[in-house]
Design a protein around this ligand. Sequence first.
Ligand code: BGP
Length: 475
Amino acid sequence: MPLPKNFLWGGATAANQLEGAYLEDGKGLSNVDVIPFGERRFPVMAGKDIKFDLSDPAGYPSHEAIDFYHRYKEDIALMAEMGFKAFRMSIAWSRIYPNGEEAQPNEKGLTFYENVFDELIKYGIEPVVTIDHFDVPQALVEKYGSWRSREMVDLFVKYATTLFVRYKGKVKYWMTFNEINMLMHLPFMGAGVFFKEGDHKLQVKYQAAHHLLVASATVTKIAHEIDPNNQIGCMLAGGMTYPYSCAPEDVRMAQVKNRESYFFIDVQSRGEYPNYVKKELEREGIVLAMKDGDLEILKNHPVDYIAFSYYSSRVASGTPDASANTAGNVFKSVKNPHLKSSEWGWQIDPIGLRTTMNELYDRYQKPLFIVENGLGAVDTPLEDGTINDDYRIDYLREHVREMVKAVEEDGVELLGYTPWGCIDLVSASTGEMKKRYGFIYVNKDDQGNGDLSRSRKKSFFWYKRVIASNGKELD
Ligand code: BGP
């Protein structure tokens, strides 16, 4: 089975990492707009530092980002030149409902995304839309503590319904929450959740998870009612966890770690809380507040496809030695001695992509969609402006090779491949510009210097050939 003719080659982005214009045309503040650059970034993302007053001298990367808001036509033209069939983007909730609770949506926000979709469609590029990519109106964070409160479910449903109605016929592929399992690791970045003194943190996170899951299933139902052509995906921060060795303790720990990620997708795809989570809740003394009908909603409205990001595999050991952990990754992992690492310490494992695809396909038996993959690296333009990013081409080539094998040799159903940050944008974890993923270079540095001009890297021409040959010409 070769890659299908209509395979969705493209690239992926998120509103807060590329749009900028953070208060323009009526947009409200988002949780991501109060996450500063610099040393407070991590504690704020983790929900431990709750100073949200925008006074950090290190600045706030989302405020300008790469100014896609004003430059989207030029950027989409470059993506079209590469031959993109799909473009993954997200909608900033606070552009549509600036404080989350208005009676009417903000027309200027709706028009902006409509213009972007029309521009994509003009070139035959399919929009693939994340409804919530690390993006909650800050007003809801401050009023309700974000997803820890049940109120969020109805507010999210209202927001998503507005999108389904307005963009009917223009957008078919949707994802509800980006990397939904991020809630457990960086709760403020992932879902606007922060902690107060005396909180039972795990209880707060699981309750927020329940709200996210009910909201996701409810909007899946509504999306199908509004347009039966709508395809709704969940989105997992993917990458299998391997056992460090064949010691049974290591194998068991790897299983536990994998389940931490699969929990959300098990519910979104199979429609039920898995027993291993019910048992954990029991052990921790956590009783989830649920409403009548929640379990039916989860059961009756599973997702249509499984989207995931893949940057690396992870490793777990039953006898952990903290000093052996890899650097730089949100997900704690023991260092894998068989793999090389990126400049940010993320380990590089192309075969792990094939293994992860097979694992997910076996587990859910639904089409997959790789909606993020890529290498964050420093690019240094030569004097004449060219950027020879062979390291990025090498990373992507090996991953695409394994992806194609998973489809052609293993029979995994795959809708598409949209590598992350197809145009350089702000890093989610570090807020840096210098951690670049793009085929398109953006002239801006971490201090905000640069004219934001765009240029084509060597990988731009490589990816164009890959798309034109439907994954056959990789060299
Ligand atoms: C994922 C997020 C993206 C993204 C990517 C790369 O976790 O969904 O928003 O940025 O990782 O991570 P980073 O930007 O930290 O290099």
